[in-house]
Design a protein around this ligand. Structure first.
Ligand SMILES: [Ca+2]
Length: 404
């Protein structure tokens, strides 16, 4: 199942060594259509959104969509709703804000929806700014001195309001820093909720089992701890941890065949990874990575330390992945059971085909947009969010095949 076989890694031509820096506006006009290996695809803009981040379908075919500054909206029949009321106080700065949204597997009966976001600590430290930490390098933003962390809350969606919102999970300890919150939410088939938690640009906490920073977490929908979690009842170890040694996982999805969680995570300078997080396993960050540090120091490759669980694929140069979905539809011929992920650096939707846990091939569908999230619609079309202040909700669908 799991393997450290890195010989399948992608040796890809460097088209761009663009930065992961945040951009305000899309760089160019949206293409109406794009040529792909499986035919022409139609590209449509459905709505304008500011820094959209996550999506989830309601059972009635309406789409929940988040905007990072702190707005949750519903897209339906060509229109966006006003922001939904009842959200908790959200700390919006840098990579933090309102992040993902997910619905309860029993939404039809209980009406619960879940959001992830960054929240400020109730008590702020008595300092005027972060004193600086060399490990954070140039990404240490001295203008941002707010102590904060990711959180997950749930409440009941009633009309255009969420009632009785309550926090069910918190990233602890809270830290100063603008980046690496994580926040992807995925329900497993057994009803447990997986949460991705990034390393807060602090690196070492990813190996520290007394924090839930740099981990994949697994909780019950009410925030309690499942009795079969791998570190339950171990002294000094957080019981919500499922796997550890993760850097910045911004994409997560359940494999429809194996029912296992798959994630990807951004590396530092290159070394983005595709991982299958298994209970109790250590995925190596920051001890090993197939990329390097921002200060240009080398990090030993995964292959040198087989005691860590290695990625099933990695990217060097980086693609900076965000959002992950398995395509289970049939509208796109040849895409069934493929993985779809967004990419910032290559401004593309990345399509991977897999046999079991082995990645066979990759296609990059260049959309001239940083892609933040990807989701399959009930009709089999693929919907995307673009990562800009003037961002977009896009729909991809195959062009009709011409009669011969
Ligand atoms: Ca790793």
């Amino acid at each position: 199942m799991e393997n450290n076989n890195l010989s399948r890694h992608f040796l890809l031509i460097v088209f761009f060594l663009s930065t992961r820096a945040y951009a305000q506006e899309p760089p160019s006009k949206l293409p109406d259509m794009v040529q792909t290996k499986t035919g022409m695809i139609k590209v449509e803009k459905l709505a304008s959104l500011s820094e959209p981040w996550g999506m989830a379908w309601l059972p009635d075919g309406r789409l929940l969509v988040t905007e990072k500054p702190g707005r949750l909206r519903i897209y339906s029949e060509g229109k966006l709703s006003e922001p939904i009321k009842g959200l908790p106080k959200i700390e919006y700065h840098g990579q933090g804000g309102l992040l993902d949204v997910e619905i309860d597997p029993d939404f039809a009966t209980n009406g619960f929806i879940y959001i992830s976001y960054s929240e400020a600590a109730k008590v702020q430290p008595n300092v005027t700014r972060d004193v600086g930490d060399p490990r954070l390098g140039k990404f240490n933003d001295h203008t941002d001195a707010v102590l904060k962390g990711a959180a997950v809350a749930r409440g009941k969606l009633e009309g255009n309001e969420i009632k009785n919102m309550e926090v069910i999970w918190q990233q602890l300890p809270k830290t100063i820093g603008r980046g690496h919150f994580g926040g992807r939410l995925v329900f497993a088939t057994d009803g447990k909720l997986f949460i991705t938690s990034s390393d807060r640009q602090r690196l070492e906490p990813a190996q520290d089992l007394s924090t839930n920073i740099g981990k994949i977490l697994r909780i019950n929908p009410d925030g309690s701890i499942p009795k079969d979690n791998p570190f339950i009842n171990r002294k000094g170890v957080r019981p919500d941890i499922w796997s550890y040694g993760h850097r910045n996982p911004l994409g997560a999805a359940l494999n429809p065949t194996s029912k296992q969680l798959w994630i990807h995570e951004m590396g530092a300078v290159h070394g983005d990874e595709l991982n299958i997080p298994l209970a109790g396993k250590n995925y190596g960050w920051p001890i090993v990575s197939n990329g390097d540090n921002y200060d240009e120091t080398r990090i030993p490759d995964h292959e040198t330390r087989p005691e860590f669980a290695g990625p099933i694929a990695y990217w060097h140069p980086a693609i900076s992945p965000s959002g992950l979905a398995f395509y289970t539809g049939s509208l796109f011929k040849g895409w069934t059971n493929n993985l779809l992920l967004g990419s910032f650096n290559s401004e593309a939707l990345v399509r991977l085909s897999a046999t079991g846990n082995n990645i066979d091939s990759e296609e990059r569908i260049w959309l001239q947009r940083r892609i933040r999230d990807v989701i399959q619609a009930p009709d089999g079309s693929v919907w995307l969010l673009t990562d800009y202040k003037d961002g977009e909700l896009l729909r991809l669908s195959p062009m009709e095949t011409m009669e011969q």
